[in-house]
Write a protein that binds this ligand. Structure first.
Ligand code: SF4
Length: 363
């Protein structure tokens, strides 16, 4: 990172954080070799859920139960009582969890040395035809957990796994259960940050319930055009919803910040999986992030797309050779990845999740 970027102006920083500013660094910070950008460095960090008053916690609990009784919490707006039945997500009052474990497949600043305490929820409120987690997100496998049982797992991940954070993966359809579990875990000793790892198909009501409970928002922004989201995600309003959701997430937590050990503690980290043939939509997403969220937005432009789920399956009723979604039945090319990256840089984004050019973390 060029030196001038280390002192560039910054926006949207959290009031609660103490930062090292140029010319005012303590001696210990001067000896660091992590190449941290000072505006995004926290001296210390306390998870946001620790600062919630008991009155606000009680209000969040009652809001969570109310949402479960009449669930319009995600953009699918099913309006069902989840104690009696299920809506489109097919999950009732208890969250179904496929895997809970320390995980090392995340960004270096999220997984650190001990792993991210990942909780993979079964099912999803989207129906991406190319889903990269198809076995988890489209199949109802796993264990049903009450919010209290789920919160106890968070404690176990912290105490036994020694993980850096609790990473809630595909949680859009279990937000009430997640809110209740965080409050339960807080009352029982949880002290590490919470990551909300989402497709960004969230409602503003859902994000309001999470405000004060989540430290890092980690949304995907998948596609830009309505026609594309309708065909590939089975949600006409995906891009419009993601735009509003990501802006609301950033308003809550600001840009991504780290402590001196290189671990992300608060803020927004946006992922974009480059799709074959959709680099123009990726470029639109980058321009949106730079102009309407923050030029200091931390972005992971991912290149690991592989055909999965329904992509490349034989069409029902066809003679055998006709495949579904043939246009995305291939890996992405280097040119497509470069086009999205170039658009991001031209838009003014500069904080990317790249392999480090030094011996520290890639911050
Ligand atoms: S969370 Fe599930 S039940 Fe509630 S609105 Fe979304 S899809 Fe429907």
């Amino acid at each position: 990172m060029p030196p001038q970027q280390l002192i560039r102006p910054f926006h949207g920083l959290r009031q609660t954080a103490t930062r090292y500013l140029t010319g005012h660094r303590p001696a210990a910070a001067q000896t660091r070799a992590l190449h941290l950008a000072p505006p995004f460095l926290l001296e210390d960090y306390t998870p946001r859920y620790m600062n919630i008053s008991s009155r606000d916690a009680a209000m969040k609990r009652s809001a969570a139960y109310a949402h479960l009784r009449n669930c319009n919490l995600c953009p699918r707006l099913c309006g069902v009582n989840r104690y009696e039945t299920t809506g489109m997500c097919l999950i009732g009052e208890k969250a179904k969890v496929n895997v809970i474990a320390p995980h090392f497949g995340e960004e270096p600043c999220v997984q650190g040395h001990h792993g991210s305490g990942s909780v993979f929820f079964s099912m999803c409120n989207l129906r991406c035809v190319f889903c990269q987690n198809h076995d988890i997100a489209h199949q109802r496998n796993g264990m049903d957990l009450t919010p209290e049982e789920l919160g106890d797992w968070f404690i176990k991940l912290q105490e036994v796994g020694n993980v850096h954070n609790i990473n809630l993966i595909t949680p859009e359809h279990v937000v009430p259960q997640v809110a209740l579990s965080i409050l339960h875990a807080r009352d029982n000793g949880l002290r590490i940050p919470i990551i909300y790892n989402t497709s960004a198909y969230d409602s503003l009501a859902s994000l309001e319930l999470l405000d004060g409970l989540v430290d890092i928002y980690l949304p995907d922004f998948k596609v830009w055009e309505t026609t594309t989201s309708k065909r590939l995600l089975k949600a006409d309003d995906y891009a419009a919803t993601a735009r509003e959701s990501i802006k609301a997430m950033h308003a809550q937590v600001g840009d991504l910040c780290f402590t001196g050990d290189g671990i992300a503690k608060s803020g927004l980290l946006v992922r974009h999986l480059v799709m074959p043939g959709f680099e123009a939509e990726g470029a639109e997403i980058m321009r949106f992030l730079a102009s309407e969220v923050s030029r200091d937005c931390f972005v992971n432009i991912m290149e690991q797309y592989r055909p999965d789920a329904y992509v490349g399956r034989t069409k029902r009723g066809s003679s055998g050779d006709e495949k579904r979604y043939p246009d995305i039945n291939r890996a992405v090319s280097t040119q497509e990845i470069s086009a999205v990256r170039k658009a991001a840089e031209q838009a003014g984004l500069w904080r990317f999740c790249d392999p480090p050019k030094h011996d520290g973390f890639n911050l």
